[in-house]
Design a protein around this ligand. Structure first.
Ligand code: FES
Length: 528
């Protein structure tokens, strides 16, 4: 039986008190409406407020509690895609510009931390990418990355420093990168700019955005008229071409206490045969923690997501003496087809800005997006705007991933709709589990709670109609097509979907079985 043993809470929200801003309860008018209160939204709002614009931030949860609060807090110039790969997909100049822009974003964060005396444990530390004897088959990849990194303006080395916590086969060290607590940072930005010219609304869900002059943002609490709208929601809400050019992944993280000392401060990327582990130490007033995040799994593709947490735990126990697992959580990332983030306006819109495709490097790209978008809105030239323009056309660099992504969306549309639902119907659903079942010819997502009651939702994702899949590690319904996620009550957890899954009712076990017997829909047809 599945349990909720693994999923608890991200270390940042568990060790940081939430801020409190009111929900929107009336119609308002501003210069810029920002959808999303993470690092992208807050950085954009910070710059716009300083430039004299009137801003509203609309956050459906609380400030920083989305992807920003589920990240690792690592800040670095290299990318998860790999610099060598960016150079081969594009060219060396593009690779150098990517690094330069990312380093500028890290410097921007450091400047704000100093300027506002932000207590977020910002530290300059080295970043390492390495293999060990067990993963030496990937050493060539590390060596290629070292050669690529030497061509940038980063200070690099190919030697492990004394006391390195792993036995190294091959290594790239980049000096002077950084780490911080991302949640405390964005909360401090919110405090710094909150006021009459920057109104922050929490628990305010954006339901629809109408482009126009002005644009209208429809929310759960009122309408916002704005000259410009920034969708700072990690994946832009609604339907965009970029959704077809990104693969969506989930990463699984653990924060543990060790029996011995923590490794020295640093970002440790341990390359394995098929995946990579990201390790970092972190200390605050609650203690000393080691954070480990595994390589990504495609959203909606793992049958037993709980296994992903177990694999991270196994990795940790193999390399460190773990005293206690304190926090476990997961985060989402969107990997762009040509390896570059999408920041700017989309081809069909003039007043709405999007920022997505950050892969696993979102804190730096989110900051960079805030810099680029705020410059665009105030009419200031930004030397990296063209590099990340969502309207760019890169058929050669994007081809393979674009094809793979769209083949898999097509495959899910066909396979999931042909699938007849679980062969045991509702009976086969254990407490704390969810399954897709066919009811009266319709696919439904059924979850049985601890009391045996069934919560029935439409299984059709409200974004573009793919069938959602059960995620047993996090108890959610995840869409394999573009990464929307929904709670067991159908509420949107992650976009691009705007709307919740349609509720089909909730019945005690006995009534549901009776109803099924009457309609003759008790499934015994097996998998399609
Ligand atoms: Fe696009 Fe579900 S996220 S169809």
């Amino acid at each position: 039986m599945a349990t909720n043993h693994y999923y608890t809470q991200a270390i940042w929200s568990a060790t940081t008190s939430p801020q409190k801003y009111p929900p929107l309860t009336e119609d308002i008018e501003v210069d810029v409406a920002i959808v999303g209160g993470g690092i992208t939204g807050l950085t954009t709002a910070y710059n716009l407020t300083k430039a004299g614009k009137r801003v509203a931030i609309l956050e459906k949860r609380e400030i920083g509690m989305g992807t920003t609060g589920s990240s690792t807090g690592n800040l670095y110039g290299p990318t998860g895609e790999g610099l060598a790969k960016i150079a081969s997909k594009h060219d060396e100049e593009t690779m150098k510009s990517v690094v330069a822009s990312r380093l500028a974003a890290v410097d921007f964060i450091e400047r704000l931390v100093k300027e506002h005396s932000i207590d977020c444990e910002f530290k300059r530390v080295p970043w390492y990418y390495f293999t060990t004897p067990e993963s030496s088959s990937k050493s060539k990849q590390v060596e290629n990355e070292l050669e690529a990194a030497k061509k940038t303006n980063m200070e690099v080395s190919g030697k492990a420093p004394a006391g390195f916590p792993f036995q190294v086969d091959s290594i790239l060290e980049v000096k002077n990168q950084a780490q911080f607590d991302p949640l405390r940072y964005v909360q401090a930005l919110a405090t710094a700019i909150s006021g009459p010219d920057c109104r922050i609304f929490e628990k305010t869900k954006v339901e629809h955005v109408e482009e126009g002059t002005p644009c209208t943002v429809h929310t759960s609490g009122g309408k916002v008229k704005a000259k410009k709208v920034v969708k700072a929601t990690h994946s832009p809400l609604g339907i965009y071409g970029v959704h077809t050019a990104m693969e969506v992944y989930r990463e699984y993280a653990l924060a543990v206490k060790l029996k011995g000392n923590l490794p020295a401060g640093g970002v440790y990327w341990h390359q394995h045969e098929k995946q990579m582990y990201s390790v970092r130490p972190y200390s605050n007033e609650k203690g000393n923690f080691l954070l480990v995040l595994d390589a990504s799994k495609m959203v909606g593709h793992e049958k037993h997501t709980e296994e992903s947490f177990k694999k991270v735990e196994e990795y940790l126990r193999k390399h460190f003496e773990v005293d206690k697992i304190e926090y476990t959580w997961a985060a989402q990332n969107y990997q762009p087809a040509d390896g570059l983030a999408y920041i700017g306006t989309s081809p069909l819109e003039n007043h709405t800005y999007i920022a997505t495709g950050f892969a696993a490097d979102g804190l730096v790209y989110g900051t960079l997006a805030g810099m680029i978008i705020s410059d665009a809105i105030v009419g200031k030239e930004n030397k990296w705007a063209k590099l990340y323009d969502p309207k760019r056309f890169t058929p050669v660099a994007s081809a393979k991933k674009w094809l793979e992504e769209n083949m898999h969306v097509a495959k899910h549309l066909v396979k999931d709709y042909l699938f007849k639902g679980d062969e045991k119907g509702f009976e086969g659903i254990a407490s704390g589990e969810g399954k897709i079942v066919e009811l009266n010819g319709e696919k439904v997502a059924a979850y049985r709670n601890e009391k045996g009651q069934l919560q029935i939702l439409s299984a059709a994702c409200t974004h573009m109609g793919c069938v959602v899949h059960w995620n047993n590690g996090e108890k959610s319904w995840d869409c394999p097509c573009h990464g929307s996620r929904f709670s067991i009550d159908g509420e949107v957890l992650e976009g691009p979907a705007y709307a919740n899954l349609a509720n089909k009712g909730s019945l005690p076990k006995s009534q549901m079985e009776q109803s099924l017997n009457q309609t003759g829909n008790k499934k015994k047809e097996g998998e399609g």
